[in-house]
Every structure is written in C-alpha cells, then in structure tokens.
Design a protein around this ligand. Structure first.
Ligand SMILES: O=C(O)CCC(=O)C(=O)O
Ligand SMILES: [Fe+2]
Length: 256
C-alpha cells in the first residue's frame, strides 16, 4: 500500500504537469497511468499505447526498438486484428439481421485501431487496490488478449470474472457499439483486480470510428418497440476520455 501511495503521488505531479495539454486522449507511448485529474484513484498498471491504424497515423518514435522483434510482431498482430474487426463487425450486423457492412460503414475507412499493452505487476496491498478501476470503453469494441485472470465485468449488482482461455480473444463492447445498436449490445462496466501472486499482461486493441465521423443508431434497430435511445455523435472517444478522467461514464451525453 505504501508503495502504491508513493508511486501515486509522484504520478499525480507528473500528470499535473501534463494535463494542460489539450486532447490528451490521443497521447501515445509508455505511461504508468492515464488518469491525470486530481482526486482520482490511479490504476495500478503500466501501459504502452500506440495507434496502429490508420497506418499513416502511426507514431513510430513511440514504437520500442527493443526487443528487436517488437515492431514486426506488432505490425503483424495489428494486421490480423484488423481482419478480426472486419469479420466481427459483419458477424454482429448479420446477427441483428442488418446489412453486413452497416457497422463497417459507420466505423469508416479510416477507423482507428489502437494497441494498449498493459502490465500489471504483483501487488501485495489490500484487495481494494485495483489494477484498473471500473470503467467502460469509449471504443466501438475492444479485442482483448490476456495471460492471466483478473478482468471482471459488472452486471446486475455483481462482478463476474472473465475466464482465461488460452489463445482466445475476448471481445468487449464499447459505448459506441451500444450507440450504433441503439442499446441492443451493452457496453459493460469492467475492472481489473490486482494480484499478489502473479503478474499479468494483456493487450487491448481499441477499435473506434474514424476521427470526425458521425455515428448513430442503425435505422433497422429503431422502431415502435425500441425507440431511438441515442442521437448521432462524433468523436465520442474524446468525450468519453474527458469523463473517464473524472471517474464518470459518458454515455448519457449521447442520449436522444
Ligand atoms: O487488462 C485488461 O484485461 C482490461 C483492459 C481494459 O479494460 C482497458 O484497457 O480498457
Ligand atoms: Fe476497458
């Protein structure tokens, strides 16, 4: 706990220096935490955050050169994950009896894919210390690879552990998919517990609509039984980030 506190206070001053920079949500590179606002609890993890698509937005200066395989592995993984987003977006559309490209069209040709590699070190502190505090993702959806348990999803007053399944990618709906599906797919609150026995590594690929692109509920999912729940929004990820820093959800800002 002592270690956590002292790490927290030095991080707080680090973020105090940084927080005046506008549009921080697009910051990239290595960071010990991403919650710059004062009086917010810190997440107990380190991460490396990199934009991988669109390709021309890659900031290679933040891509580590060591280990030497890093860049190539990330390039290859990103390419595969992009293919997974195409398949997933089509499958989700079909499952809702919608035209298969409808979500892909909303995400746009320059959809964002951002890789967040997260390291959770062992933590001896009390259970209250979280690896990642409760939040929803501001993405369309997130593709998650994890090497250890710890992730939990909240539903109806209870936390449910997400199992670790070797080589499986866990797909987590984000707020923007909840908007596009007019609330049919829910963006769950989730968190990561800290672990005193084992460290944990996860790689989250955040898939979100292209910058400046308006998204909204699919017409086919708005009807008398299911009235429009959300209005059209753009750059929702930015709004989400602003609220996230204060420990709040942003979905209400998109309510119709
Ligand atoms: O590390 C995990 O399993 C979850 C990561 C996550 O929720 C996030 O980066 O938004
Ligand atoms: Fe998340």
């Amino acid at each position: 706990m002592r270690h956590f506190r002292s790490q927290g206070s030095s991080l707080n001053s680090h973020w105090k220096r940084r927080r005046n920079t506008p549009k921080q949500w697009s910051f990239e590179g290595y960071a010990a935490d991403s919650v710059p606002k004062e009086d917010q609890s810190l997440n107990r993890c380190d991460h490396l955050f990199l934009t991988v698509y669109p390709e021309d937005l890659r900031k290679l200066k933040f891509w580590p050169e060591s280990p030497s395989s890093f860049r190539e592995v990330l390039r290859e993984y990103s390419e595969k994950m992009k293919m997974v987003t195409e398949l997933t977006s089509k499958a989700m559309a079909k499952s809702l009896n919608l035209e298969e490209n409808c979500f892909l069209n909303q995400f746009g040709e320059r959809a964002m894919l951002q890789a967040r590699s997260i390291y959770y070190s062992k933590c001896q502190g009390p259970d209250l210390i979280l690896g990642l505090k409760p939040h929803t993702d501001g993405t369309g959806y997130t593709l998650l690879l994890q090497d250890e348990v710890g992730l939990q999803v909240f539903n109806k007053d209870k936390w449910y552990a997400v199992p670790k399944i070797s080589h499986a990618i866990f797909i987590l709906m984000g707020d923007q998919m909840e908007i596009m599906t007019n609330g049919v797919f829910k963006s769950p609150v989730h968190r990561v517990l800290s672990n005193s026995e084992r460290e944990r590594v996860s790689i989250a690929m955040f898939y979100a609509p292209e910058k400046g692109k308006e998204i909204g509920p699919e017409d086919g999912l708005v009807n008398d039984e299911r009235p429009r729940l959300f209005k059209k929004v753009k750059d929702y990820a930015y709004t989400h980030w602003e609220y996230y820093q204060r420990g709040m959800r942003a979905l209400h800002t998109a309510k119709a």
